[in-house]
Design a protein around this ligand. Sequence first.
Ligand code: ASP
Ligand code: MG
Length: 437
Amino acid sequence: MKFGGTSVGKPERMHHIATLVSQGTEPTLVVLSALSGTTNALVEIGDYLSKGDRTATRKCIDKLEAHYHSFVDELVTDKAAKAKATAIIAEHFEFLNIILKISFSEALNKDILAQGELLSTKLFCTYLEEQGIDHFLLPALEFMVIDSYDEPQVSVIKKRLTPILNKHKDKKLFVTQGYICRNSKGEVDNLKRGGSDYSASLIAAAISASACEIWTDIDGMHNNDPRIVKKTIPVEQLSFEEAAELAYFGAKILHPASIWPAQQYNIPVKLLNTMQPQSKGTLITEKAGSVGVKAVAAKDNIIAIRIKSSRMLLAYGFLRKIFEVFEKYRTPIDMITTSEVAVSLTIDNSSHLKEIVKELKPFGNIELDEKQTIISVVGNNISQTEDMVKKLFGSIRNIPVRMVSYGGSPHNISLLVPAEYKTQLLQQLNKGMFGLE
Ligand code: ASP
Ligand code: MG
């Protein structure tokens, strides 16, 4: 059972999830995020520190510390528990105060970012203890590791985690940190922002869990972005493929990488709502449940690159050379479309854009379109669904579509539009594809 930042972000929410996690009959492993807002604050602290602004760094640290003191005030009531929780805060903020005296490095920054999950799990366990709920705190840094390519391997995690769990066979409830891990140099590292979902899926795969439950503040994956369109409905069932496409193409509810471990080890994933534990949520398994369009999602900050060259005409090996440039700069490509004399592709990571463009220049004329959005329509075998394409394009009005990708997978059709048309397109699709306004 994984709980996100908002599910642990208030003392009463933490009380509530303590009840949720201690109700089950099966042994349970709980993965926690940092309290909502904490990781953002830690990112800010690292940023100020890297710029050498010690006054601003200190201000952020003090503000965060005050937040934790008021949190703990309401979290626990008895004296011993209060003393324990206060000592936990002191320990972690002592570290955060030490950073003011040492020089900044990337490795130090990762240590800073790890404080959120360390704090949330320790405080949660203090509350469990006060309530007399038997449990064991599993230190994620002892088993959650990434290799020299910064990739986690389920088999390695399993090898490390199994002996620890075997030592505590008497326990029914385990608590651990999401997001944090150790890298191949043995340093503290993390699975990138939102990575607690990934932690949960990796752990579920490593222990062959009967299910991986991702608890958030919404009742599952919705058919459209509830922050943008008025009416959305939860999707009851998705296949791993559909869920992966949605997560990758912008559904914020799940970290994009978190599907593959569950899929590979065939662990059902459930997206559930902490505030409404009875609602169905979304079930993600091998089976899609039904055929047809299930949801649309949007991914922002996309850059489209067009490479136009008459040398591409009837040539082979052209695409390989282009892809090699992206490989060299470890920049993933999302969408591709080709014509006989041009290829367009999209990326969302602009950190090496300059170098990439420079190396592409010898291949032809390069055009860039920045601030684009990918809108993905996802469903089970949608390409075989009758009138799907007609319905899709029939719903779009007055929107300049820059690219269309169809047929790459039978579960996805992606459109690229300038970012300013995103809201409009999501609304038009909601009406045209789902009949929702
Ligand atoms: N606390 C981390 C973040 O805010 C990881 C997570 O919540 O999943 O990105
Ligand atoms: Mg999250």
